[in-house]
Design a protein around this ligand. Structure first.
Ligand SMILES: [Zn+2]
Ligand SMILES: [Zn+2]
Length: 373
């Protein structure tokens, strides 16, 4: 059945967009869950949210501390509906660009609220033996789950406070969707070679940067976190604007670095290439298809290599650039010159390890330093 859903548009207006009503194809309403083709979105509790086939809920400014129980329930139902709309849109676009559907996706709204009520972020989880933060009480389904926290900070929206709960923010929903896509295509951590219940959820810069790019193309803006990070300076790595002039000179690397900040170099290079191609009259959707299909190409490569070697290769921005160029070549190769030029200006070139690119971008290697991966 097709129902009318009220959601934040995520597009055509500064994030989170405008409140708008959109059609949503739903297979079933089940108490606190919406079942859509290839997608289940539920909240983590027993409360009935969908007694009527009407998905037009008031967001109630996120259901902050002063909300009544009824308003909090509206905010929760809005979060489930908003998440379902954006995930179903993202899945449809990915199917179009990849030429195949992704495996089914489960999203849980208000996850971890019992033990961590203040958590307002999101994560994508696969079943693992242990979790570095926010342990899972039940193992996530094998195809992967998005968990969105119920908490959050109060942030301004139209001059008034709004509880920034993850399910209300299209950018967070799209970013976490990106992890589902990257996992089922590039498989950057070689999870396919691990036991089904012993997957890794540790993310690397290439993964985080690709997820921000996916959010940006779905939202049509480079300032995807412009709502809840409006107070963060525009070109700070924490803002993660894709139109920031970030290059490999900003790369930190290593276990103590933030993969989101390092990934912002990759997302900015992708965005710059997309804009440059568009200026030259290329439909940006063509480049998006090349980028998504290049992820499949990465996932198909290196299966004959020892797992550590394959993983090390998949950490490199250069590997992803090579896959983009190979995918472009398979389609005629007319994007390569622009792509290579834009990436080179950011310090990303084929055949180069991330650390080496960083030193080159900073003006050369200190004498006597050997370059690792
Ligand atoms: Zn979780
Ligand atoms: Zn992420």
């Amino acid at each position: 059945m097709i129902l009318t859903a009220r959601v934040w548009s995520g597009r055509g207006h500064p994030p989170p967009g405008r409140l708008e009503e959109v059609p949503l194809r739903v297979e079933r309403l089940e108490g606190g869950a919406l079942l859509l083709p290839g997608l289940t979105v539920r909240h983590d509790g027993d409360e009935e949210l969908f007694e009527r086939a009407d998905l037009r809920f008031d967001p109630r400014r996120g259901g902050g501390p002063t909300a009544t129980p009824e308003h909090r329930r509206d905010a929760l139902a809005f979060g489930v509906v908003n998440t379902a709309h954006h995930l179903s849109r993202a899945l449809a676009r990915a199917t179009e660009l990849l030429g195949r559907p992704l495996p089914p996706l489960v999203a849980v709204v208000g996850a971890h609220a019992a033990r961590h009520p203040g958590w307002g972020g999101g994560h994508y989880r696969l079943p693992a033996e242990s979790y570095s933060t926010l342990p899972e009480e039940e193992p996530p389904v094998a195809t992967g789950e998005i968990h969105l926290g119920a908490g959050g900070r109060l942030v301004p929206l139209d001059g008034r406070a709004y509880l920034h709960t993850a399910s209300h923010d299209p950018a967070i929903v799209y970013h976490e969707f990106g992890h589902h896509l990257v996992h089922h295509t590039a498989d950057l951590r070689c999870n396919r070679r691990r036991a089904a219940g012993a997957q890794t959820n540790r993310r690397i810069p290439l993964d985080e940067g690709t997820c921000d790019y996916i959010a940006a193309i779905l939202m049509g803006t480079p300032d995807i976190y412009g709502w809840h990070r409006a107070g963060v300076p525009s070109y700070s790595a924490r803002r993660r604007r894709l139109d920031a002039p970030r290059t490999m000179a900003h790369f930190v690397g290593g276990h103590l670095s933030d993969p989101h900040a390092d990934g912002a170099i990759w997302s900015a290079a992708l965005w710059a290439a997309r804009c440059e191609l568009e200026r030259g009259g290329v439909d940006p959707g063509r480049f998006d298809a090349v980028v998504l299909r290049s992820l499949e190409r990465i996932g198909r490569s290196g299966d004959d290599l020892p797992v550590e070697v394959a993983q090390r290769r998949r950490r490199r921005f250069a590997t992803a650039l090579e896959a983009i160029l190979a995918e472009d070549e398979a389609g005629g190769g007319d994007l390569a010159t622009v792509v290579e030029t834009v990436f080179a200006a950011r310090g990303i070139e084929v055949g180069t390890a991330n650390n080496e690119s960083r030193w080159r971008a900073r003006g050369g290697l200190p004498a006597g330093i050997a370059v690792g991966s």
